[in-house]
Design a protein around this ligand. Sequence first.
Ligand SMILES: [Zn+2]
Length: 179
Amino acid sequence: MPSPVGHAIAGLAGFFLIRPHFKKRQKLPLLGWAVFVANSPDLDMIPGLIFAGDPAMFHRQATHSITAAIVVVLLTVIGLRLNKICDRKTWVVWIAFLYFSHIFLDLLVTDTIPPAGVQALWPFTSDYFISPVTIFAGFDYNNPNLSFLRTIFSWNNFFTVLREIAILAPVAYLCKREL
Ligand SMILES: [Zn+2]
């Protein structure tokens, strides 16, 4: 999976696409939401980390499925209706774009340890799916020889993040220039 930095750049791209429609004071919260939603499927690491010290326990499963993306979109629709926010279609498409960007990017990550990929079609199948062509290196969260923090801040992860920036920053830049 890409690192939080890679997913945050996808969030930044989403922010660039929608920001012209917002006032200056609304832009920072909007950016925060974009980065959060683009990273949110990886919240599945928290239960395993808390209860078993293993962030991989529930990782890349239900929250990385199309079903979860649909649930998030439906919750967005309900939330927008309750708050009577206008321009609902734009919001729904935007949230869907951000959430799906996470699943899409995770499908493009080289994964050498089976099961590779994500449970994209959960709960219909617990099979893992990965793109036949991968462009990102895996960001390591779980090295049994190192502590969680030392794993996160390893040289391997540093170069993984650099690669993500090299690939995704131009995409975000193009999203900025388009509008
Ligand atoms: Zn993920």
